[in-house]
Design a protein around this ligand. Structure first.
Ligand code: URA
Length: 220
């Protein structure tokens, strides 16, 4: 993103101290998205851009407040999400709800999406070409919602949104930016279910998010 565009974008979202340098990979989406989330969801519902389309039951587009201040980006739908069409409805979802609550929000007040909208078979990590194929949907969601900040949950989201291939343990807790929007990676709730001790680090990350939100101008 060019510095001039980034400046304009920062002014638009009212975020005064976003990093000046956009460290993430160049955006695949236009800076200002002119459509709406419903049309984008309809477009995604018939997507066949990658092999994940072959085995999915549902395209899990994402859900929440289209004007959310905070957006969470996870990895991809699991079995339960594929069945219901909603993101983070399984056990990891209950933990995500607790994280959202710790920030002072309810689920309906934030926006939740994934780097891939279709379930990777056997819950494997999404492959790079699948993430790339799905990136225009995520980028357009971000451009439409224009949250004040994004929390990247787990490795695939952290890598996509920071442009770094470092391990999640190195990326978590460090701010960067994507499409001019501050991004904070943290551990995925599913990892927390397996590794409860990591909740300490996630709590630190959530405190950093809370502090950043407290600095932001109130919503109009
Ligand atoms: N894990 C994710 O990353 N996303 C979901 O929607 C559910 C589980």
């Amino acid at each position: 993103m060019r510095a001039r565009d980034l400046d304009r974008y920062r002014r638009e979202i009212g975020w005064r101290d976003a990093p000046l340098v956009d460290v993430a990979a160049p955006p695949a989406a236009p800076l200002v998205e002119t459509g709406d989330l419903e049309s984008l969801a309809r477009e995604a519902a018939s997507c066949t851009r990658c092999r994940l389309a072959e085995q999915r039951r549902t395209v899990v587009f994402g859900e929440g407040d289209p004007r959310a201040r905070v957006m969470f980006v996870g990895e991809g739908p699991g079995a339960e999400e594929d069945r219901t069409g909603r993101p983070f409805v399984g056990q990891a979802g209950a933990l995500l709800d607790a994280m959202i609550f710790a920030l002072g929000f309810e689920r309906r007040q934030v926006y939740i999406a994934n780097v891939v909208k279709c379930r990777p078979p056997g819950n494997r990590d999404p492959q790079d070409d699948e993430v790339t194929a799905c990136a225009p949907y995520l980028d357009r969601q971000i451009a439409l919602i224009r949250p004040l900040l994004i929390v990247a949950l787990g490795k695939p989201a952290a890598r996509r949104l920071t442009g770094s291939t470092a391990p999640i343990s190195a990326l978590r807790g460090r701010w960067s930016s994507y499409l001019g929007i501050p991004v904070l990676p943290t551990f995925h709730p599913a990892y927390l279910l397996r590794t409860p001790l990591a909740k300490r680090e996630v709590w630190q990350d959530l405190k950093a998010v809370r502090a950043r939100l407290a600095e932001a101008p109130p919503s109009p």
